[in-house]
Design a protein around this ligand. Structure first.
Ligand code: SF4
Length: 399
C-alpha cells in the first residue's frame, strides 16, 4: 500500500509517560536517566518478536540497546515492521556476518594520527569526541566503538587532537562527531569550540548529531547561546523517516536555526524503513518545513551484521529519480556511497545524460523527454543580410 501521512499533523506529547511532570519530561537529563536499555524494560510496553528477543540478548556484545522515552513513543507497538522499531530495537539479523562486511568499513582507524582524530582528506578532520549516544541505531557505522559493547576502549585525547589540528595548517574544516558530541556537557563543548575558534586556519566547524532527533530537549537556550557565541557552527542531523519529524524536533530545529546554525540532514537508506519513494518524499518535505536541507542519502556502509538493512543501489537511484524534478530542488539529497576501505563519498546519480559529442549533449528530463543542448554556436545573419560581428554575439545566440 502506498505510504500516506497526515501532512497537517505533527506528533507531540508525552505519550506513555503522561504521569511524569512536564518539567521532568522536558529535562534532557531525565530523558537520559530513564532510557529503556533492557529486554525487560521493553517488554513492559510491548511484545517483542522472537527475532527481537534474540537481537536484544546479543546487543551487549555488539552495540548496546538504549532508547529515550521521547523516541520510544514513536514506536508502533502493534507493528513488528514499524520503521522506528526497526532502527532501534535489535534483531537477530545483527548476529549474521557476511564476508564483505568489516568492523571498520571506512578504514577510519588507519587514518587516525591521534586517538579520536581521523585525518583522511587533506583539508579536513573528523574529531570523534565521545563514544556515547542518546540512543543506538542498529545500523551504526561506528558500532565497533560506539557504546563500548565491543570493548574497543575508546579514549579520545582532546588536547593531543587539538594540538594536532593547531600544527596542521592545512586543516580548515573540523567535523565533531562520535558518538554524539551534543551529549557532552555545555562546559566541555564550549571548551572544545573555544579552542577550535582560537585556531586561525580552522574556518569551518560542523557537528554531526542525532541528539535533536532522539533528545530534542537537549537543545536548550544555554546550548543555543554557545552556538551563537562560537558560530557559525553547521550541523548535520540524521532523520530517516517522516515519523521522526515531531513537533519537538521541529521546535528544536527552529531554536538551532535562530541561533544561526545552518541545518542539513543525512539519511541512511534502510530496508523496510525508507526504501520507498513516497516515504522519502514525505521525509524531505517535512525536513524543509523544519528548516533542514536534505543533504546526503547514504547507501549503508558494509558494517558487520548489517545485511538485513541493505537496499539495492538500483532502488536508491529509483528514489532519487522519483524526487528530482518531481519536487523542490532543495528537497533532493545527494545519494552517495562511502567507498569501502576509505575512498571517500562518491555521488551516485541517475543517468540523465544519454550522449555527449563535440557538438551536443543529448539528455532526458524528469519526464523522460529527450533534449539536445548544442555545444557549438552557429552564427546567423542579421536581418538585411549583414553578417554578425565575429566576436561576442555567438554565445548570446546559443543561450
Ligand atoms: S546516533 Fe550516530 S553514532 Fe550514535 S548510534 Fe546512531 S548512527 Fe551511530
Amino acid at each position: 500500500m502506498p505510504y500516506t501521512e497526515d501532512r497537517a499533523t505533527w506528533f507531540e506529547g508525552q505519550g506513555l509517560w503522561q504521569h511524569i511532570p512536564a518539567a521532568d519530561w522536558h529535562d534532557w537529563t531525565w530523558q537520559l536517566k530513564h532510557r529503556l536499555t533492557t529486554t525487560a524494560q521493553l517488554e513492559q510496553f510491548m511484545t517483542l518478536t522472537a527475532e527481537e528477543k534474540a537481537g536484544c540478548e546479543f546487543a551487549n556484545h555488539k552495540l548496546a540497546l538504549a532508547i529515550t522515552p521521547y523516541f520510544f513513543n514513536l514506536i508502533d507497538h502493534s507493528d513488528p515492521n514499524c520503521p522506528i522499531r526497526k532502527q532501534l530495537i535489535p534483531r537477530a539479523g545483527e548476529m549474521v556476518l557476511s564476508d564483505e562486511e568489516q568492523l571498520d568499513s571506512l578504514g577510519e582507524d588507519e587514518h587516525s594520527p591521534v586517538p579520536g582524530l581521523v585525518h583522511r582528506y587533506p583539508d579536513r578532520v573528523l574529531f570523534l569526541v565521545t563514544d556515547r549516544c542518546a540512543a543506538y541505531c542498529r545500523y551504526c557505522t561506528r558500532s565497533r566503538l560506539v557504546s563500548n559493547a565491543q570493548d574497543y576502549n575508546f579514549h579520545p585525547e582532546y588536547e593531543q587532537a587539538l594540538r594536532y589540528i593547531e600544527s596542521h595548517t592545512e586543516v580548515r574544516d573540523v567535523l565533531l562527531s562520535g558518538g554524539d558530541p551534543l551529549l557532552l556537557s555545555d562546559k566541555k563543548l564550549e571548551h572544545l569550540l573555544a579552542r577550535l575558534r582560537e585556531i586561525k586556519h580552522v574556518e569551518f566547524i560542523r557537528i554531526g548529531s542525532r541528539i535533536p532527533v532522539f533528545l530534542p530537549q537537549r537543545i536548550t537556550p544555554e546550548l543555543c547561546e554557545i552556538f551563537k557565541k562560537y558560530g557559525p557552527i553547521w550541523m548535520s542531523i540524521h532523520v530517516n523517516h517522516p515519523k521522526e519529524c515531531t513537533a519537538e524536533l521541529r521546535d528544536a530545529c527552529a531554536r538551532l536555526s535562530f541561533a544561526g546554525v545552518p541545518l542539513g540532514n543525512q539519511s541512511v537508506l534502510l530496508a523496510g524503513v525508507n526504501d520507498d519513494a513516497e516515504v522519502m518524499k514525505a521525509l524531505v518535505h517535512r525536513l524543509l518545513r523544519m528548516r533542514v536541507r536534505p543533504y546526503y542519502l547514504y547507501q549503508m556502509d558494509l558494517i558487520t551484521g548489517g545485511a538485513h538493512f541493505k537496499v539495492d543501489v538500483r532502488k536508491g537511484l529509483e528514489i532519487i529519480r522519483a524526487l528530482r524534478g518531481h519536487t523542490t530542488g532543495y528537497a533532493v539529497p545527494q545519494y552517495v556511497i562511502d567507498a569501502p576501505g576509505g575512498g571517500g563519498k562518491v555521488p551516485i546519480n541517475p543517468d540523465y545524460v544519454e550522449k555527449i559529442t563535440d557538438n551536443e549533449v543529448i539528455f532526458r528530463n524528469y519526464e523522460g523527454q529527450r533534449f539536445h543542448y548544442p555545444l557549438k554556436s552557429t552564427p546567423r545573419k542579421l536581418a538585411g543580410g549583414a553578417p554578425l560581428p565575429a566576436t561576442g554575439i555567438e554565445s548570446i545566440m546559443v543561450h
